[in-house]
Design a protein around this ligand. Structure first.
Ligand code: OSB
Ligand code: MG
Length: 393
């Protein structure tokens, strides 16, 4: 399939997308809350087995000209070590405390939309997970100011959001299968499992033996060497299992060799780690389109990985226009971050189930109540802002 699409024109249009305009606001106060949240059960990927997720919750109080003060909260969902994207708690804390927070506090330019807010710290290179916490506080505030849920500020349309779950690696295949069974009993819409070299083909084979028809996908988290023919051959062997996609098998910062891999296998390739902003999505679309296999590209959009919700909205709209399917990935966020991801998933470009839930719930003790999961779906809240109440930081 090689549709004649004007990628540059679409990119320009989306890149200039205007966020909601509002009355000028000033930043009154910023508080950072560090929390180390224990998981109910360990989560293992190709890079590590985790039992705790460290987070920074960012509370920003804004004031309008008439002196009305409103506080919003955002989440920076770090991992315990720089396994996934180079960020971690102490580094992220330093970026927030030394650079992002002062840049916001010392800002003298008027803030009348999301771009003005983001412009305060846009000069910081990287620090995407740190940045998303600040922007999350802004959107929560803006929703409260305008008395609307955030998803309406983004013109989301799918109030009912389909959920999948991400199941980690375990010592034995039967342990993974048991976890899948539990999720299926909760009517989950699709299963994603983690794989790595040596824990891939036979694992998927035993899952398919047990569940021949479930919607199933795999995530390699950068564990495969796409320039190694043996690794490419392993991935090619997955073709016979009717998987929805293979997520980020190759290096974190690679798009090109993923596109080459995609010419050699039928299963769609989904990019996660290597898409850090809208321009990366453009690069991927152009490469797959040149190879006439654009229908085999999928993009996982995570606000923390792309440094903010507005960037995530733009990538979703861009992909929708060029005809690339997207879904909302997770970073094992708290109930607050997961709710924010549900708001994002209401955009019409999100056509595949997201990583929004876990059975049992992710954390021993969460900072708020999770949105109510029912029959494989979550409903985007009607309340103002993120719509998450009784947050205990
Ligand atoms: O690659 O999607 C990933 C968790 C941490 C880091 C990376 C990933 C994940 C997940 C879990 O797969 C997603 C979730 O349930 O939040
Ligand atoms: Mg992933």
């Amino acid at each position: 399939m090689n549709k004649k699409i004007k990628i540059q024109e679409i990119f320009n249009e989306i890149n200039n997308l205007s966020p909601v305009q509002h009355t000028p606001i000033v930043i009154k106060n910023i508080k950072l809350h560090i929390r180390k949240m224990k998981l109910n059960q360990p989560f293992e990927t190709s890079f590590a087995r985790m039992d705790m997720l460290p987070k920074i919750f960012i509370e920003i109080t804004f004031a309008t000209k008439n002196g009305k003060e409103i506080t919003g909260i955002g989440e920076s969902p770090f991992l315990p070590a720089p396994w996934y994207d180079g960020e971690h708690l102490s580094g992220g804390h330093a970026i927030l405390e030394e650079f992002i927070v002062p840049s916001l506090k010392n800002n003298v330019k008027p803030i009348t939309n999301a771009n003005d807010f983001i412009a305060c710290y846009k000069w910081v290179v990287g620090g995407n997970i740190a940045k998303v916490g600040a922007e999350g506080a802004y959107w929560d505030f803006l929703g409260k100011l305008l008395k609307k849920p955030v998803w309406k500020l983004w013109n989301g349309t799918q109030k009912k959001v389909e959920c999948g779950t991400s199941i980690g690696l375990e010592k034995t295949d039967s342990e993974v299968i048991e976890k899948i069974r539990i999720s299926l009993s909760k009517k989950i819409k699709r299963i994603k499992i983690k794989i790595k070299p040596g824990r891939d083909i036979t694992l998927v084979q035993s899952i398919r033996k047990e569940f021949p028809n479930i919607p199933l996908q795999v995530d390699g988290n950068a564990a495969y060497d796409l320039q190694n023919p043996k690794h490419v051959e392993m991935l090619r062997k997955l073709d016979k299992f009717n998987l929805l996609m293979i997520e980020q098998p190759g290096p974190n910062d690679d798009i090109y060799f993923h596109s080459r891999l995609s010419t050699k296998i039928k299963t769609s390739i989904c990019l996660d780690e290597s898409i850090l902003h809208l321009r990366h999505a453009y690069e991927a679309v152009e490469l797959w389109n040149k190879n006439k296999i654009l229908d085999r590209l999928i993009i996982n959009i995570k606000p923390p990985r792309v440094g903010g919700f507005w960037e995530a909205v733009k990538i979703a709209k861009f992909c929708e226009k060029v005809g690339v399917k997207v879904w909302c990935g997770g970073m094992i966020e708290s109930a607050l971050g997961k709710a924010a991801n549900v708001h994002l998933s209401t955009l019409s470009g999100f056509v595949l189930p997201a990583d929004h839930v876990s059975f049992p719930e992710y954390f021993k003790k969460d900072i708020a109540k999770s949105l109510e999961y029912k029959n494989g779906c979550l409903i985007a809240p009607n309340k103002s802002g993120w719509g998450v109440e009784r947050i205990k930081l």
